[in-house]
Write a new protein. Structure first.
Length: 219
C-alpha cells in the first residue's frame, strides 16, 4: 500500500520502492524532513499503479525486489521513455549489477548501509535533473501550442521562411502578393511570440527535436 507522510507543500516527489518495511519508513521520514514529498511502495507493480511521469520527481529503488526486480523496472521505464532520475540502492553491489543499472538508465547506485546525507545529496541532484526536464518539456509544449495555432497558409509560409526565402520569393512560390506574404509573416511572428528570425528558427528546431528548448519559455 502507498504511504504518504504528511501533507506539507514540497519541492518534488521522491518515490521509494523497497520491500523492507523498516527501510521504507526510514526513507519516507528522511525525505519528508528535507521538504520533499515521499511516496513509498513495497513492489514495482505497486509503484507502477500510482506513478505519474509528469511529476517533478526521482526514484529511490531497491535492486532486489520480489516479483519484478529494480533492474527490470528501470529497463521497462526506460523503454517506455518514462524513467525519472533513479538512484539504485542495494546490499549486494556486484559490478555487473551496477553496470546493468547504469546502462538501463539509472543515474547512481548506493550500497546499503549509506549515510542519510549521502542519499539526500543525491536525491537533490536527481530532483534538479527532473526539474530541468520538466521546464524543457513545458517549453516544448508551449511551442507546440503556438505552432498548432498557425493556419495552413501560415504554416506554408513558415516553411519557406525556414528555407531562407524572401517575401518576394515566397510570394512567387505561392502565387501571393508581397503584401499578403508580409501579413502572414507578421501573424507568424505574433502567434509564435518570436522576437527575431533566429528565435523563430530556434523554436521550430526545438519542436522537431533538433535544438534545445529555451528554459525561459512559458508553457
Amino acid at each position: 500500500m502507498q504511504a504518504i507522510f504528511g501533507a506539507m507543500p514540497s519541492e518534488g516527489v521522491v518515490y521509494v520502492v523497497d520491500d523492507d518495511a523498516s527501510v521504507r519508513k526510514a526513507l519516507g521520514w528522511l525525505v519528508e524532513s528535507v521538504g520533499l514529498e515521499p511516496r513509498v511502495h513495497s513492489s514495482a507493480s505497486e509503484f507502477l499503479e500510482s506513478y505519474d511521469p509528469d511529476d517533478v520527481a526521482c526514484l529511490v529503488l531497491d535492486v532486489r525486489l520480489r516479483g519484478m526486480s529494480g533492474l527490470e523496472l528501470v529497463e521497462k521505464l526506460q523503454r517506455e521513455d518514462r524513467l525519472p532520475p533513479t538512484i539504485l540502492i542495494t546490499a549486494f553491489p556486484e559490478f555487473s549489477t551496477a553496470v546493468r543499472g547504469l546502462k538501463g538508465g539509472a543515474i547512481d547506485i548506493l550500497r546499503k548501509p549509506f549515510s542519510d546525507q549521502d542519499l539526500v545529496d543525491r536525491i537533490w541532484q536527481a530532483i534538479e535533473r527532473s526539474r530541468t526536464r520538466y521546464r524543457e518539456n513545458a517549453a516544448v509544449g508551449g511551442i507546440r501550442r503556438r505552432y498548432d495555432s498557425l493556419s495552413a497558409r501560415e504554416t506554408e509560409v513558415l516553411e519557406l521562411i525556414l528555407e531562407g526565402l524572401s517575401s518576394i520569393k515566397i510570394g512567387e512560390r505561392l502565387s501571393l502578393s508581397r503584401r499578403t506574404v508580409e501579413g502572414h509573416r507578421a501573424q507568424i511572428y505574433r502567434k509564435m511570440q518570436a522576437s527575431s528570425l533566429a528565435d523563430l528558427v530556434r523554436q521550430v528546431l526545438t519542436l522537431r527535436g533538433v535544438g534545445p528548448a529555451a528554459l525561459s519559455e512559458s508553457a
